[in-house]
Design a protein. Structure first.
Lengths: 273, 382
């Protein structure tokens, strides 16, 4: 009885939390299917009286949606692949090679996590400008190709692989690149997927840095386009902004759904053992 | 498929991880081609480190390792021609049994046909043919251990290193696995170095056993010599179950006298080589050389029976003499219902005497195989 009562309390709390999280999302979805007028007088109504696709059609006319999705996807993909690859390689080196000052180097790497983005924003911008990469998604992606969080997470994951595995392969004369590709990467697949998904979603949603680099509307990523619809300049059409927001959350949501198992696994196992 | 193994030599080899702790201290060791050598010692004695250095996983901080007469520092892992079985087997979890065996061969571009032939033979000889498509997680401990052995065999290396390969499997399976390893050695003629802390395993397997403690080889010899003629107290105590009885005696007037004044052994007829009058020694006697009887005879001393454990084939008797000295005896026909009071006789031929300070063995018994001249102590190969 006691446990059931306690469970009930937990369930009420969880339901409240879920509502708090879900309401804004539902609000966004429902308003994206309302006309401007309807949204004005019944903005809080969750089910649109007359659902319409006009917002989506208008969006498609006003901006090159496909191009923007592609831009965002390209940028997020490059950043994710870069972070995962450099993270894995660096973690492998930290874990399996012995060199002088390894700990110090690792510490410096990890310490970069605590450097606020605002302090590197300007220098990065200057470098990217010199490289003629302004207005280019490559310019957005390049400074983010390496991330100490990824290195740290992969080092932690590799620590769980018994050292004897790598040693055994070394005695058998397997070169490092094969040990990395044929053993470490397959064994870390769940970690790679979960860390990669988190990187991808973060990068997909990124706003400040892309605003600095991307000026030309053709090179915009989705968060920048969205800003245009809610800013003081053009932000009067609220349902349009909601429609764009819906489009924006679909890819991360899909990724999350597909890789849910791995993401949850890595979150729950990172605390244990 | 006989191959001849490589020789392995350690010359003054040392290893330390920090200035304070010396894991291995100037070790000299010479393993002849095709030998089965067991490194035996308690945990933390440096035996695994020695193996890892030979394998090239760690570099020695001093001295040399010669493999097939060549300085191993210059050799790549392929030139060393070493296969190793780890304590946790180190099977690749993402590969099937067959892939585990095949992987190194594939990377080294051994032709597919040869691979298949060789592996089929190995799988069959280890009873693994039916399991070849399973992943390691789907195997029992004994099967995993056989896969690990098979992976080592597949390489056809000249040297086979085994690091406590049997410590994670059931006792019942161990004997079978030991036989398998011995058969493998007989068939392939590789040089095998086998690390264990289990002295029975060491005795069962090794041509020679190197007993290691504190990063030094205490003694290296055949199992029989290790048991009967231990070089020092550590070896005497580490080898043999139940453990050897050891107690302090004083040598006086050709007699060994226990601390309370009782004569425990009379050496009158023996020329007590190297023993110094009125000096303390440590006397060691194996439990099977402690005779127990109900009647007193010359040089016998009384004792009380504390407990008797019947192992069927033999009984292990724990005795207490002079109210404090515990002695273990192994006898084969313990009379049922024996009284508590008995008489103990130590077999003179099998007494082992050790220096009270250095714990080195002295050879006081001229009937034993080794006679030492004038107090000279047996030098330990270290």
């Amino acid at each position: 009885m006691l446990t059931e009562k306690r469970n009930l309390g937990w369930h009420v709390l969880l339901i409240l939390i879920i509502l708090a999280i879900m309401l804004p999302v539902l609000f966004m979805i429902s308003n994206s299917f309302k006309t401007l007028q309807e949204s004005y007088h019944s903005i809080l109504q969750l089910i649109p009286a007359k659902p319409t696709l006009t917002n989506y059609v208008t969006l498609n006319k006003q901006i090159n949606l496909f191009r923007m999705v592609a831009n965002t996807f390209l940028m997020a993909m490059i950043v994710t692949l870069g972070k995962v690859l450099t993270g894995l390689l660096a973690a492998y080196a930290f874990q399996n090679f012995h060199f002088k000052g390894k700990r110090v180097v690792y510490f410096i790497f990890v310490a970069t996590i605590f450097v606020p983005f605002t302090t590197v924003m300007i220098p990065n911008y200057l470098v990217i400008a010199k490289m003629n990469l302004l207005n280019n998604v490559i310019g957005v992606a390049l400074p983010q190709m390496c991330d100490a969080t990824g290195i740290m997470l992969f080092v932690k994951a590799m620590e769980k692989i018994p050292t004897s595995l790598v040693e055994s392969a070394k005695i058998d004369g397997i070169p490092n690149r094969k040990i990395f590709m044929n053993l470490i990467v397959p064994l870390l697949k769940p970690n790679i997927i979960s860390v990669g998904a988190i990187f991808f979603i973060n990068s997909w949603n990124e706003y400040v840095w892309p605003t600095l680099v991307l000026k030309d509307k053709n090179s915009f990523t989705l968060p920048l386009a969205l800003q245009n619809y809610i800013s003081s300049e053009g932000g009067t059409n609220f349902p349009l902004a909601m429609a764009l927001a819906v489009i924006m959350i679909v890819p991360p949501l899909l990724i999350y759904m597909v890789f849910q198992k791995y993401i949850l696994n890595s979150i729950s196992s990172s605390g244990l053992k | 498929m006989t191959t001849t193994g490589y020789s392995i030599e350690l010359e003054q080899m040392s290893k330390s991880y920090s200035k304070k702790t010396q894991v291995i201290n100037k070790m000299n060791l010479s393993v002849v081609p095709g030998e089965f050598l067991v490194l035996l010692g308690p945990s933390g004695c440096g035996k695994s480190t020695t193996l890892r250095i030979i394998a090239g996983l760690e570099a020695p901080t001093g001295g040399k390792v010669l493999i097939d007469g060549k300085d191993s520092a210059q050799l790549s892992s392929t030139q060393r021609s070493i296969a190793m079985v780890f304590q946790d087997y180190a099977l690749y979890p993402n590969m099937t049994v067959y892939q585990n065996l095949e992987y190194a061969l594939r990377v080294h571009k051994v032709p597919k046909q040869i691979r298949q032939q060789r592996l089929a033979k190995i799988l069959a000889s280890l009873n693994l043919t039916n399991y070849k498509d399973r992943f390691p997680a789907q195997l029992s401990g004994g099967q995993k251990q056989r896969v690990a052995l098979g992976r080592g065999m597949a390489k056809k290396s000249k040297i086979f290193l085994l690091d406590e390969p049997l410590s994670n499997i059931d006792v019942q399976l161990r004997e079978k696995a030991r036989d398998e390893i011995q058969r493998l050695h007989a068939e392939n003629g590789q040089t095998i170095i086998y690390v264990t802390h289990d002295q029975q395993e060491a005795m069962a397997l090794g041509d020679r056993i190197a007993v290691i403690n504190d990063g030094k080889i205490q003694m290296i010899d055949t199992p029989a010599n290790l048991y009967h003629n231990p070089a020092n107290l550590f070896v005497a105590q580490f080898v043999g179950t139940p453990q050897i009885n050891v107690f302090k005696v004083n040598y006086f007037n050709h007699q060994l006298i226990e601390e309370n004044g009782t004569v425990v052994a009379n050496l009158a007829n023996y020329q007590a080589a190297g023993l110094v009058e009125d000096t303390d020694y440590l006397l060691g006697i194996r439990p099977e050389n402690v005779a127990v009887s109900l009647k007193a005879a010359n040089t016998d001393f009384p004792a009380e029976v504390e407990s008797v454990v019947d192992y069927g084939r033999y009984q292990q008797v724990t005795l207490r003499a002079f109210d404090r000295l515990e002695l273990k005896a192994v006898v084969s026909d313990w009379p049922v219902g024996t009284t508590r009071n008995v008489y103990v006789k130590l077999s003179r031929e099998n007494l082992l005497l050790f220096d009270d300070q250095t714990h080195e063995r002295l050879d006081a018994n001229p009937e034993a195989r080794f006679v030492l001249k004038g107090g000279q102590r047996r030098k330990v190969e270290a």
